[in-house]
Design a binder for this molecule. Structure first.
Ligand SMILES: Nc1nc2c(c(=O)[nH]1)N[C@H]1C(S)=C(S)[C@@H](COP(=O)(O)O)O[C@H]1N2
Ligand SMILES: [Mo]
Length: 203
């Protein structure tokens, strides 16, 4: 009768080490991992778009985006380079809130997150829904620093942190899964830290 799933029901009766996926170690630092230079995006030109397989695309500018309902989030994050950081505190807009503004076509099952500076990363649409992911713009009570993806980044804490695209610019809804930047380079299409899906060969 023991149906335990490590991804759910955590926190109560769980020690810190139970929250560290296999092959990871805990760090209190917040390492910076970026492929290429840090883009600087003035808030006056920033925008965020939902596009692809939607009835009609929607775009918010910074003020419009900030007028959307905010939430606080506390999550553990896990980088494929093996650090994990427990209880990170964010403020942002849930992807569920954003999805209220578009009609996603039924054939859309995957998403490509794309960023300023051309970074991309792919994931199933279901992994962004039902409280699982958000666009974060404040971290530990302060505006998100540019090196960590400010003005705003995607945060998908239940997948390896490369799926959490920094300097997010939009989400493109797709019928078929397509590899993003690291995925084309041989990293996992899905990236579940609890299954240690680091590389394509682990999928
Ligand atoms: N746009 C963009 N997003 C990105 C990356 C990147 O290079 N560019 N690196 C990814 C990787 S590999 C990780 S581990 C996290 C690192 O986030 P941090 O620098 O805030 O720790 O961002 C992810 N998001
Ligand atoms: Mo990473």
């Amino acid at each position: 009768m023991a149906f335990f799933n490590k991804g759910f029901g955590r926190k109560r009766d769980q020690t810190a080490s139970d929250r560290i996926p296999p092959g990871q170690y805990e760090t209190r630092d917040f390492p910076v991992l970026t492929a290429g230079p840090t883009p600087r995006i003035p808030l006056t030109t920033w925008s965020f778009t939902l596009e692809g397989l939607v009835e009609s695309p929607v775009r918010w500018n910074w003020d419009e985006f900030n007028a959307l309902p905010h939430q606080s989030f506390t999550n553990d994050i896990h980088c494929v380079t093996k650090w994990s950081k427990l209880d990170t505190h964010w403020e942002g807009v849930s992807i569920d809130t954003l999805l209220e503004h578009v009609t996603v076509k039924p054939e859309a099952r995957f998403v490509m997150a794309y960023s300023y500076g051309d970074y991309t990363t792919n994931m199933p649409l279901d992994d962004l829904r039902n409280g699982k992911a958000f666009i974060g713009f404040r971290f530990e009570g302060l505006p998100l620093a540019p090196e960590h993806g400010g003005p705003a980044r995607l945060v998908v804490p239940h997948l390896y942190f490369w799926k959490s695209a920094k300097w997010i610019k939009g989400l493109r809804f797709m019928e078929h899964d397509q590899p993003g930047f690291w995925e084309r380079g041989g990293y996992s299409m899905y990236g579940d830290p609890w299954q240690e899906q680091r590389y394509r060969s682990d999928d």
